[in-house]
Design a protein around this ligand. Structure first.
Ligand SMILES: Cc1cc2nc3c(=O)[nH]c(=O)nc-3n(C[C@H](O)[C@H](O)[C@H](O)COP(=O)(O)O)c2cc1C
Ligand code: SF4
Ligand code: SF4
Length: 287
């Protein structure tokens, strides 16, 4: 089997998960290549592969616009198998609605979407997850990847059902897609903090930032991935109306995982259910 993992990742979480899955595939004797969906990275032709895995972070219960654009560029095919892998900051079932548009676009182009796998990873906006939670999330990924990869390699079917209420909620917040280019245009670098290093320019997957007179300037192609704000070494990027939710600086994934009692009150039940399902997949079946 030769798998192409085409991945959009703003702040590295989805890339990290996809690389872990590719490593697992290689361990079992298969070929796997991770390619980032970025303006400055050419996509290899999918025709050379037996399996396509599309990875993305959930943005406002939807797939990022850049992912939908990429899927629309795929050549039409006869039933190439596809799996979706996604990361999200919380284990909410509302996030399952983010698979609707990718599945529709792919099936119109002749691809056979067989399953979806979900991984909870730390928030890159809204608030910073504590180190213990981040380590527990990664522990869950480590537990899930071997069995999910096995299921993918065996061609298992695992599609999420999304009810009408979740569809409606996701549709309502899809305003993010047309709104982000406008909002992103109002992002700017703090005059006091910015050192003109240009890191934000190379981090942006959409080529939306240019340096002018030693300062970054933001264009009209933002998809709200937060790579610039998260990765700026001086925490200098101001994200306009979203600034109170800004998260800056890489997470460390190898701390001590939080015990159940240390899981905070925010969506506590949901996180615990997700962690317990990771540790014992039978918990999943009990629902
Ligand atoms: C604009 C935006 C919207 C987001 N919306 C959601 C959401 O609806 N649900 C959720 O659980 N996480 C949401 N997140 C969190 C990301 O999905 C999560 O941190 C993801 O792992 C980031 O992946 P990346 O590092 O590959 O970009 C959002 C993040 C951003 C930047
Ligand atoms: S990464 Fe931060 S410090 Fe560097 S140019 Fe961009 S805004 Fe300025
Ligand atoms: S400007 Fe920042 S938030 Fe917008 S696409 Fe580029 S890196 Fe992502």
């Amino acid at each position: 089997m030769k798998a192409l993992l085409a991945v959009f990742s703003g702040t590295g979480n989805t890339k990290r998960v996809a690389e872990r899955m590719a490593e697992e595939m290689r361990k079992s004797g298969h070929e796997a290549e991770v390619v980032l969906i970025r303006k400055d990275v050419p996509m290899p032709a999918v025709e050379g592969y037996d399996l396509l895995i599309v990875g993305y972070p959930v943005h406002a219960f939807n797939a990022p616009r850049a992912v939908l654009k990429f899927l629309k560029t795929l050549p039409k095919t006869e039933k190439m198998p596809v799996y979706l892998i996604r990361t999200s900051g919380e284990p909410s079932k509302l996030n399952d609605a983010s698979g609707i548009s990718p599945k529709r676009i792919l099936s119109r182009r002749g691809y056979e979407v067989k399953g979806e796998f979900v991984y909870v990873m730390p928030y890159n906006i809204i608030f910073r997850h504590p180190d213990g939670m981040v380590a527990r999330m990664w522990q869950s990924v480590e537990l899930r990847i071997p069995r999910d990869t096995k299921a993918i390699l065996e061609g298992a079917e695992n599609l999420k059902h999304v009810g009408i209420m979740r569809r409606a909620a996701a549709f309502a917040v899809r305003i993010e897609h047309p709104a982000m280019p406008i909002l992103g245009k109002t992002f700017h670098a703090s005059k006091k903090k910015c050192i003109g290093c240009g890191a934000c320019v190379s981090l942006c997957p959409r080529g939306n930032i240019r340096m002018k007179k030693g300062r970054p300037h933001f264009g009209m192609h933002c998809v709200g991935c937060m790579a610039c704000a998260f990765g700026c070494p001086e925490d200098a990027v101001k994200i306009s109306l979203l600034n109170a939710w800004r998260v800056n600086g890489q997470y460390s994934f190898d701390g001590t995982p939080a015990e159940d009692a240390e899981v905070g009150r925010y969506c506590r039940k949901m996180y615990l259910r997700y962690f317990h399902e990771s540790e014992d997949p039978k918990e999943d079946k009990k629902e």
